[in-house]
Write a protein that binds this ligand. Structure first.
Ligand SMILES: C[S@@+](CC[C@H](N)C(=O)[O-])C[C@H]1O[C@@H](n2cnc3c(N)ncnc32)[C@H](O)[C@@H]1O
Length: 276
């Protein structure tokens, strides 16, 4: 461990190009490596050098996050939060990576107040990994007439990223008021009029609004059934898309009124279209 930390500290002390604004990914990954090797409570000389590098890299990240926020406020979020194509971008599964740290750094999420206990069949907050949100938004190719409704939106990053990266409106429906307050504050801080948050139970949603409904398994059993029945009813009069991530995807795939839009991709967000 000590040898590996020494090698990393020496490499990072010399690699000043890491401070350049466009090296955000490398900085985030270097910070993760430092975290893994340098115990926070260690007061030794090597640990102090590691802490100095950490402060240097975090300061560079903070500047970059603020520059991206400023671009979002000017309406240039799509390019500012643009991610270089890479092979890993669509990696299946629910693990998090540097893109989640990018989103957490850019979106000024405050700490939510304490969340109330959820009723049975309602699923606790866990964000969709950011790479899947980016991948989904690219595949949906939303335009200004689209409205993406995230049923069970948590801290709101799916509607927020929709408003940042596309011309569409993003609406979040969330039962936990503390999460709604944080998401609204974030939209306001970034001047995102196209990201809106409703406090309420998804079963009471106005399903007439929305060209895309997104569910990261927010609920199961009879709650999910009620929401899907309401969507099926809505599909009698108009077409829309329903997207699923996590265990609810299998339930969506079995709905006779929905058809998969593309070949099933295990561990990625599935997109379904209402059958005419
Ligand atoms: C797995 S998280 C998904 C968060 C978000 N959609 C995302 O993908 O990042 C599920 C969220 O659904 C919320 N939730 C659970 N039951 C709900 C209900 N009946 N109506 C609205 N929100 C609900 C939870 O509070 C939680 O924030």
């Amino acid at each position: 461990m000590g040898d590996a930390l020494l090698a990393l500290v020496e490499a990072l002390e010399h690699e000043r190009s890491l401070d350049a604004p466009d090296r955000l990914r490398e900085r985030i990954e270097a910070l993760d490596r430092l975290d893994a090797l340098a115990p926070a409570e260690d007061e030794g000389a090597l640990a102090r050098r590691a802490r100095a590098i950490r402060q240097r890299l975090e300061a560079a990240n903070a500047l970059q996050f603020e520059a991206i926020r400023a671009a979002i406020r000017r309406g240039g979020g799509r390019d500012a939060l643009g991610l270089a194509d890479d092979d890993e971008a669509c990696r299946a599964g629910d693990a998090y990576d540097w893109r989640d740290e990018l989103v957490a750094g850019v979106l000024p999420f405050g700490e939510p107040g304490e969340a109330a206990a959820l009723a049975p069949e309602m699923v606790f907050y866990q964000p969709t990994p950011a790479r899947h949100v980016f991948d989904l938004l690219d595949r949906l190719a939303l335009d200004a007439d689209d409205v993406l409704v995230d049923l069970g939106s948590g801290l709101g990053h799916v509607p927020l990223l929709t408003a940042i990266r596309t011309p569409a409106r993003g609406i979040g429906i969330e039962i936990e008021p503390a999460y709604v307050a944080v998401a609204r504050a974030c939209a306001q801080a970034l001047q995102l009029a196209n990201a809106q948050f409703v406090h309420g139970d998804a079963r009471a949603t106005d399903f007439a609004v929305g060209s895309v409904f997104y569910l990261y398994t927010p609920f199961t059993g009879s709650v999910l059934r009620r929401v899907l029945d309401a969507l099926r009813h809505e599909a009698l009069c108009r077409a829309f898309r329903v997207c699923g991530f996590g265990p609810c995807t299998g339930v969506l795939a079995a709905e006779p009124w929905l058809a998969g839009e593309d070949a099933p991709m295990h561990g990625r967000v599935a997109i379904f279209r209402t059958r005419c």
